[in-house]
Design a protein around this ligand. Sequence first.
Ligand SMILES: Nc1ncnc2c1ncn2[C@@H]1O[C@H](COP(=O)(O)OP(=O)(O)OP(=O)(O)O)[C@@H](O)[C@H]1O
Ligand SMILES: [Mg+2]
Length: 322
Amino acid sequence: MIEFQNVKKSFPDGTEAIKGINVTIPKGQLVALIGPSGCGKTTTMKMINKLLLPTSGNILIDGKDISHINEVELRRNIGYVIQRIGLFPHMTIEDNIALIPKLKGWSPEKYQKKVDELMNLVGLDPKVFRKRYPLELSGGQQQRVGVIRALAAEPPIILMDEPFSALDPISREQLQDELKNLQRSIQKTIVFVTHDIDEALKIADKIVIMKEGLVQQMATPLDLVQNPENEFVRSFIGEHRLQENVEDYKVSDILIATDEYHTNRTFSNVVSHDSSVEEVSYFMLNNQLSEVGVEKSGEIIGLLTKDDLLRAFLSKKKGETA
Ligand SMILES: Nc1ncnc2c1ncn2[C@@H]1O[C@H](COP(=O)(O)OP(=O)(O)OP(=O)(O)O)[C@@H](O)[C@H]1O
Ligand SMILES: [Mg+2]
């Protein structure tokens, strides 16, 4: 759990970037920070791993004030994807990804296996890319490496500052799905900065909407859309997101990409991938189920949760749901 208590941050030139925020980020949740450029998202993020120090107020991780924690130690346990990639240009892709695992004393066997696993996860063939240098990759490929580098040492907290901004829409959707799946299965606390409200609604457990150094509202995607606290939040979310009907969607339209973790599970309740969302919503409601397995041709292809259904009802249009 990460807690901001009355945190303010001013820079030496007098800019008040953060004007007093109180935010609690629960353990194991994915929390999105969103707001216009310059509202203080990156500043908020950098205070969590002490790249910036608050001018006043406290930040606690699992109840401990981080001002008493050594910053090197702190950063080893916090993965960080910075806004502009930040790979080390003179290190190969493999060395970039394995940096923290090596510092933590992992054996070559263990970190090499991890590098392979993560590169495959984001569609970079290790045989082709592991010995290359960052400049020998496209911008989007570098961004993928930036993302998996933050996951490599399996830190309990991961900070991601607009990690998918340079990706094409298809890769972006894929990585959003992967991240959501990953976070569900490994229960990491993830703080995720984005400009994109659809991205936030899709992947976040909670969304923090910021404006000019202040928090406007912190809520679940559903709550945010149902009870926007002010005009700014309303306009940020967009009226049209309240008015879509998704009853006719099929389960397969809103299913988050499958992964081994879920396909290997056994479910006591299973629905077909081509059932309608309406049908499944009633089924889950009537039987008080919080999740069901999804089946296609007799095989489990994924997991559908109550949250997925809520998100489906929130999101803008078919194909952008989760
Ligand atoms: N080192 C600095 N010195 C002075 N002002 C700064 C410094 N770093 C950031 N700021 C200012 O603090 C405010 C918040 O910046 P921050 O980078 O947190 O915004 P952001 O929400 O991440 O924006 P973006 O979406 O564009 O990345 C901005 O007004 C910015 O100009
Ligand atoms: Mg920023």
